[in-house]
Design a protein around this ligand. Structure first.
Ligand code: UD1
Length: 385
């Protein structure tokens, strides 16, 4: 008897582009693929981040399937990068003709693909909707607000997201509070985290934390911190001051490495208590954060990961779009003023830092909630349930 397999009635085209997308997409794809009856799940990588260090380590470590489609856009100004993603995404979308497009986060690839899909009448699903820094100078804030306006189904990580979306006129029925998919990934991989001792030894500095000294992690990449010489210099000088008491491990984002060199600030970091590293893989970064005394960062995701790990975080920005990490978690927003950063650091050394608690639904099951909701929504003709 000849049997023919019937194609899955629903299909989703998932989009990743830049490093912070990968850890969000891994559990979503796994949960969508487990849905019965099957949904046809495809992955497109725009290529916004293209370095091996920013890509392959993540795909491999997180078990993300190889992309079905690579758009290979690379770098450019915001306009060029966004436009290139749009131009290359359109034919891919036509070919796949999915039931819906799923985007995550707030990078240029997120808004570009959402815009192409929505103009073609294909519903858009946004994971990590509703976060707001209320700082329109951040390119990511523009991407967040506009992606949410175009989205049919919006999944939030914290309840502040719903209030923000309602204020912007998004219908309540489209908003689903499901928790944090990045924390799904964190929980799933915690036991596989690479120990800090291995990382410093591999970097040729096995002595760096001799005697198990407490250490700090520093990450910087926001244009507002690294594209202005004086701001960057002040932040690096603060890191040097901190390193005199707590050695600092500093994985360098390509943008930051380039501006440090351009501004001639390399010499500042030439101290034995600062260890510069290339961009870390996911399991390496998790190992570094897990055992750190404190993390200093301008990343959005790291504010959440440190809250989930119970590690104190000092955010080197004037605002956060993730207020729950401050209200309930271990995060303190310090800005860029060296005196303020030092004061928070001193207080933390003396008092131990904010203990915090893990927010609601940051329980490792966010992606399953998302997949179940999407399935019900599709069966309902992609109208809000
Ligand atoms: C992007 C995202 C930001 C995210 C960050 C994490 C936007 C608007 N910004 O910022 O939200 O937090 O990624 O990394 O989408 N570069 C490389 N190799 C790469 C990628 C980039 O050398 O693989 C260089 C680029 O040439 C450029 C610089 O790094 O000079 C910045 O890259 P870009 O993708 O423009 O923005 P990010 O700062 O990485």
């Amino acid at each position: 008897m000849i049997t023919t397999s019937t194609p899955a009635p629903f299909s989703i085209l998932c989009v990743v582009g830049a490093r912070p997308n990968f850890m969000k997409m891994a559990p979503i794809m796994a949960a969508l693929s487990a849905i019965e009856p099957k949904i046809d799940v495809r992955l497109v990588h725009t290529g916004q981040h293209y370095d091996v260090a920013m890509n392959h380590q993540y795909f491999e470590a997180l078990g993300i399937p190889s992309p079905d489609i690579n758009l290979e856009v690379g770098s450019g100004s915001h306009a060029i990068q966004t436009a290139d993603v749009m131009r290359r995404f359109e034919p891919a979308l036509d070919e796949v003709a999915p039931t819906a497009v799923l985007v995550v986060g707030d990078v240029n690839s997120t808004i570009a693909c959402a815009l192409v899909a929505t103009k073609k009448g294909i519903p858009v699903i946004h994971v990590e909707a509703g976060l707001r820094s209320f700082d329109r100078a951040m390119p990511e804030e523009i991407n967040r607000v506009l992606t949410d306006q175009m989205s049919d189904l919006l999944f939030t990580t914290e309840e502040s997201g719903r209030a923000n979306l309602l204020r912007e006129g998004v219908a309540d029925s489209r908003i689903h509070f499901v928790g944090n998919v990045m924390i799904d990934t964190l929980r799933r991989n915690l036991e596989r985290a690479v120990p800090t001792a291995t990382i410093v030894a591999d970097a040729g500095r096995p002595d760096f934390l001799s005697g198990g000294r407490p250490y700090a992690i520093l990450t910087l990449h926001r244009p507002s911190n690294v594209d202005d010489r004086e701001t960057l210099k002040a932040l690096l000088e603060t890191a040097v001051r901190i390193s005199a008491r707590t050695p600092v491990i500093f994985p360098l984002h390509p943008r930051t490495r380039a501006t440090i060199e351009k501004f001639g600030l390399d010499g500042l970091l030439d101290t034995p208590d600062i260890l510069l590293l290339p961009p870390m893989g996911y399991l390496e970064m998790l190992g570094l954060m897990k055992d750190a005394r404190v993390v200093l960062t301008d990343s959005g995701g790291i504010q959440e990961e440190t809250t989930a790990l119970g590690v104190p975080c000092i955010t080197l920005r004037n605002n956060t779009e993730r207020p729950i990490t401050v209200d309930e978690g271990t995060n303190t927003v310090a800005g860029q003023d060296p005196a303020k950063i030092m004061a928070i650091y001193e207080e933390l050394l003396q008092g131990g830092g904010k203990a915090g608690r893990v927010p609601q639904f940051w329980d490792g099951k966010a992606a399953v909630r998302i997949a179940d909701t999407i399935h019900a929504w599709m069966q309902n003709g992609c109208t809000t349930i």
